[in-house]
Write a protein that binds this ligand. Structure first.
Ligand code: PLP
Length: 459
């Protein structure tokens, strides 16, 4: 039987022996490399020495490495991956039938672990390199809570300390996420806090503030650089995180290759860009090398539209302006997105790698309003059974739209999308949607112009 005649199972699994042994670094195949991080004091590209007080040494190497195509996954990380990977690649037969589309839809499901998202793929890598360096622990921030949970799990497994600054409104609204982190032994502090100078300053200026991701980042960085034996780790945006997340794309590609299936269109939600970057990396590599062609679509919330309405410029990564500057599509570091329910997509900037690829025309982006996202989430839950995270549902919405376009044109496109996680901790959001009280907020041009007028002066 030829590959084409094989019946595609509902789920395509890989054998343990077929799992990736190295991460793929898409930067190696980019002609235009992503712009370097810049030291805000000198306005020169950062050096390993600049970053050493903040990040782990091996992760700095990965961050700055634009040339090595494959980076070996250490055995201890591969063993950890085996506990919850390979993640299933699912043929969405039920959804296809429901939509009545000739399109073939596949999704890579990353929600099969306690953190409920893909973030564990990078958390274990970052915790591993911290431990290997002999560090006591790591600090980080979390907004919606998935990253903090993933990191707590990884640190518990490796026996290192984990300090999480959790945006205050999430800390109060999502007590269950907080308790999951504490179950894994992490200390969780609502941000802004009185533990750091940045936090104290913020509380003095804005006494009633419920915090922001940018502020929590500043607190976590400050804590790391002022506490011996600690470094800071970040769950998205950075080049190293995209590198670790390439495991998603490598597994997806290996599974599809087994059945001779080539996707035409690959879709993912984009907050800081890590799941999308990871999913598309190996496919993008083929496109960049001129071997195969694919269409890629980033889906972002209409309330935080970095790609579709932002500018491509150097900007601060955090509110406290203590991190290196990154060149990226940004809405300005002072932009405070409305309190949409896809907490993981509320970041003002975007991965420098994806920003460069988007700028060079290798991928597209669309922005979607949250009520449409939840309608798609519900359709998906009712047909495929999985209760999706609001973030992931952005990708679902566009996959459904594209499949319906195929219904009109009769095209039999093969669509692959990233289903990044589950939504069990987001039931307040679902409740609002069901009660018809969910609002769609789209920032005005004036509002965006204001936050984008405060960009740092770096070319
Ligand atoms: C964090 C998160 C996202 C968005 O982050 P990216 O870095 O853009 O991938 C999407 N989905 C889920 C479930 C998340 O936890």
């Amino acid at each position: 039987m030829s590959k084409e005649e094989k019946v595609i199972p509902y789920k395509i699994y890989l054998e343990e022996s077929e799992m990736p042994k190295a991460w793929y670094n898409v930067r190696a195949d980019m002609k235009n490399k992503p712009a370097p991080l810049v030291n805000p004091a000198t306005k020169k590209p950062v050096t390993e020495a600049d970053l050493a007080p903040v990040f782990c040494d091996e992760l700095i190497k990965q961050e700055l490495d634009n040339d090595t195509r494959f980076i070996e996954i250490p055995e201890e990380i591969r063993n950890f991956y085996k506990m919850y990977r390979p993640s299933p690649l699912v043929r969405a037969y039920c959804l296809e039938k429901k939509l009545g589309t000739p399109a073939k839809i596949y999704y890579k499901f990353e929600g099969n672990n306690t953190s409920g998202s893909h973030k564990l793929n990078s958390a274990i890598a970052q915790a591993y390199y911290a431990k290997n360096q002999g560090l006591v622990g790591v600090t980080t921030e979390t907004g919606a809570g998935q990253w903090g949970t993933a990191l707590s799990m990884a640190c518990a497994y490796l026996g290192i300390d984990c300090k999480v600054y959790m945006v205050k409104c999430s800390y109060e609204q999502k007590p269950f996420r907080r308790e999951v982190m504490r179950t894994y032994g992490a200390s969780v502090t609502p941000s802004p806090s009185m533990e750091t100078e940045v936090g104290k300053k913020m509380l003095a200026e804005f006494p009633g503030t419920t915090g922001s991701l940018g502020c929590a980042i500043s607190e976590a960085v400050e804590k790391a650089v002022t506490t011996p034996g600690y470094r800071y780790v970040l769950g998205s945006v950075l080049n190293q995180v995209l590198l670790h997340q390439s495991v998603i794309g490598l597994e997806a590609k290996a599974a599809l290759d087994k059945y001779g299936v080539k996707p035409d269109l690959i879709i993912g939600c984009a907050g800081g860009g890590s799941n999308l970057g990871g999913l598309i990396s190996p496919f993008m590599g083929e496109k960049l090398r001129g071997e195969k062609d694919y269409e890629f679509i980033a889906v972002e919330p209409a309330s935080c539209p970095s790609f579709t309405r932002g500018v491509y410029a150097y900007d601060f990564c955090d509110t406290g302006k203590i991190c290196p500057l990154a060149k990226m599509y940004t809405l300005g570091s002072g932009f405070i997105p409305s309190a949409i329910h896809a907490g993981g997509l509320r970041y003002h900037g975007m991965s420098p790698v994806l920003s460069q690829l988007y700028h060079d025309g290798f991928m597209k982006a669309v922005a979607i309003k949250q009520t449409e996202v939840f309608a798609a989430a519900e359709t998906f839950a009712r047909t495929e059974g999985i209760l999706p995270a609001p973030e992931s549902s952005h990708a679902i919405k566009v996959a459904i739209d594209e499949a319906l376009k195929c219904k009109e044109t009769g095209e039999e496109k093969t669509i692959l999308f990233g289903l990044t996680g589950t939504g069990y901790f987001d039931m307040y959001a679902y409740e609002k949607f069901h009660n018809g009280v969910m609002e769609d907020y789209v920032p005005s041009d004036e509002e965006l112009a204001k936050s984008m007028s405060a960009l740092p002066d770096v070319e």
